[in-house]
Design a protein. Structure first.
Length: 162
């Protein structure tokens, strides 16, 4: 089987018998669009949760305070979480800043997995584990699908093999 380069079109016959030219890029362009959409949706969800959650943590709204105290953490823990969630949301939404993005992804991953462990160990609000697991999955998805300009120099995002 011979390899097709990007500049060589592939000729296929249609049901009407007329030839159409399909470039190999058409499949990769479509995959690139799905990848971009998946990245943006996952990142938007993380940015929204980290931003809103960070503000709620800093404001110590009663709902959040109740959850944290039932999990066994002191109230001042909310200030620590909020003080790091808000900048993480800003960094993940901003273009470039690859080193800060790595730290923001790591921080959000640790927050969600730590919350999962806390809910499972204490037995409090186990229904929230599904939401926290989804946020963890979205964090990993956003990290894996990020564009090359949002990666550290010399490191590329994960690529799908074709």
């Amino acid at each position: 089987m011979r390899s097709l380069s990007r500049s060589q079109p592939v000729r296929t016959a249609t049901s009407t018998g007329t030839g159409r030219f399909f470039h190999r890029e058409s499949a990769s362009v479509a995959a690139g669009r799905y990848r971009t959409v998946a990245y943006r949706v996952a990142t938007a969800a993380i940015v929204a949760e980290a931003g809103v959650g960070g503000v709620w943590d800093l404001a110590r709204i009663p709902f959040v305070t109740d959850v944290v105290t039932h999990l066994g953490y002191p109230r001042y823990f909310l200030v620590l979480l909020g003080a790091w969630k808000v900048p993480a949301a800003v960094v993940l939404a901003a273009p470039r800043l690859p080193l800060f993005k790595e730290w923001a992804y790591a921080g959000t991953f640790f927050v969600y997995t730590g919350a999962i462990a806390s809910h499972l160990v204490t037995g409090y609000a186990r229904a929230e584990v599904a939401v926290l697991s989804a946020m963890t999955l979205l964090t990993v998805t956003s990290w894996a699908l990020r564009p090359a300009d949002r990666c550290l120099p010399g490191r590329q995002p994960l690529r799908m093999r074709s």
